[in-house]
Design a protein around this ligand. Structure first.
Ligand SMILES: [Zn+2]
Length: 402
């Protein structure tokens, strides 16, 4: 793993541009690659030849999508070789830990999952994560020289500059712990920490519904409600890593007390826990999230009403973000997204109704494409983002030897 790859020469820098373009836009023709990089078609072809010989770029025999018109010979499409680099994604939920070893295309080559009381047992959770990563890596058979590091998502705001959690009231047991340093010491691999909603946003942006978009909001409806913002193509975290805490937007002024200490936050009315609590009150029986989703799919009127109202409340909160940020895409992920149209239709209507007309016209609201893997894939993408630089350096090193 080369942390500081050192300076690259002009040809190597052009190669880096080609690799970066293919990282963000896989399955690209040589002509398109020339347009994206601003290099000539001849230069691109020559660079691509180098990269092909080095095993970094591959040609596709068959275009991945059917073409709109039949205009003769299909163009040869190029992508980075998926196996040229790998990263580990780690997702710490409130009650689970998930691990995925991913290649450059986001394909999971090995994974693992375990329940854990993450909120109150940080040391046990970190130890468990270590065991899960070790097991996944050994079953993947990936050599260390291809492994770039570990990305880690955690359900609390993260100060990326200091590596500290802003965990007060959000993740009670983790106060004073530096999760990335702890994980790095356990694994002997570079580790980067990210808030879970930001990781989910990155996952959907790089590998899922948000591919190719520059202005995107990812909203995660799980035990907590969070948003990850992609602005101008990059994650936006704010001054202290707290940007996107949509779950703590005031929704009901005289509502219930929230775990953050305020009253009437969006989480108190629209998290899966809050929705399930509504049904428990009316039926007198505990309702788990799987049971809630089952009731919705069976057409239970109370369950559908509760989920629809939650969708509307989330949509109203999102409309404020739409007015402020003018995104092109809002991606809805997290556990409650599995409720489908029952949740999404009222959510979309609320976004349309409460956003200013041009912003409402510009925004598309959709369910995530990655489901409950968005966070773990995004955590891996945090590390894979370094791959263009690492690969350009690897090719330069190979050249220096020959
Ligand atoms: Zn709150």
């Amino acid at each position: 793993m080369s942390e500081d790859p050192g300076p690259l020469g002009p040809r190597q820098l052009n190669r880096l541009r080609v690799i970066e373009a293919l990282y963000h836009h896989p399955a690209t023709s040589r002509t398109e690659l020339a347009r994206r990089t601003g290099l000539s078609r001849a230069t691109v072809s020559s660079l691509v030849d180098d990269l092909g010989r080095a095993g970094v770029v591959e040609e596709h025999a068959v275009p991945p999508e059917p073409r709109a018109r039949n205009t003769g010979r299909p163009p040869v499409l190029l992508s980075l070789a998926p196996g040229a680099a790998f990263a580990v994604g780690l997702d710490f939920g409130h009650q689970h830990i998930r691990v995925a070893v991913c290649d450059l295309s986001g394909e999971v080559v090995a994974d693992g999952w375990s329940t854990s009381e993450v909120d109150y047992a940080p040391v046990e959770s970190l130890d468990l994560a270590k065991a899960l990563v070790r097991k996944a890596l050994s079953s993947s058979g990936i050599t260390r020289d291809r492994l770039l590091g570990v990305g880690m998502g955690l359900a609390a705001p993260v100060n990326v500059a200091t590596g500290e959690l802003q965990a007060d009231g959000i993740l009670p047991g983790w106060h004073g712990i530096h999760p990335a340093a702890e994980m790095q010491a356990r694994l002997g691999l570079p580790v980067r920490l990210e808030n879970d909603a930001n990781a989910g946003a990155l996952g959907e942006k790089v590998f899922g519904a948000g591919r190719g978009t520059g202005e995107m909001i990812y909203v995660r409806l799980s035990a907590g409600i969070g948003a990850g913002l992609i602005l101008d193509g990059r994650p936006y975290r704010g001054a202290a890593g707290v940007a996107g805490e949509i779950g703590h937007v005031l929704t009901v002024p005289d509502g219930l007390i929230c775990r953050c200490g305020n009253r009437g936050c969006l989480e108190t009315v629209a998290s899966p826990v809050a929705v399930a609590a509504l049904l428990e009150r009316s039926t007198g029986r505990p309702v788990s999230l799987p049971r809630l989703l089952e009731l919705v799919s069976q057409g239970d009127r109370g369950a559908r009403r509760a989920v629809a109202d939650a969708g509307e409340a989330v949509g109203r909160a999102i409309s404020a973000l739409v007015n402020l940020l003018n995104p092109e895409l809002v991606v809805i992920g997290g556990d409650l997204a599995a409720a489908g149209a029952v949740l999404l239709d009222p959510l979309k209507q609320a976004v349309q109704r409460h956003s200013v007309a041009p912003a409402a016209a510009a925004v598309q609201v959709t369910a995530g494409a990655l489901g409950d893997r968005a966070e773990v894939l995004g955590a891996a993408a945090l590390i894979l983002a370094r791959s263009p630089r690492v690969l350009a350096q690897r090719v330069a090193d190979q050249e220096a030897v020959t």
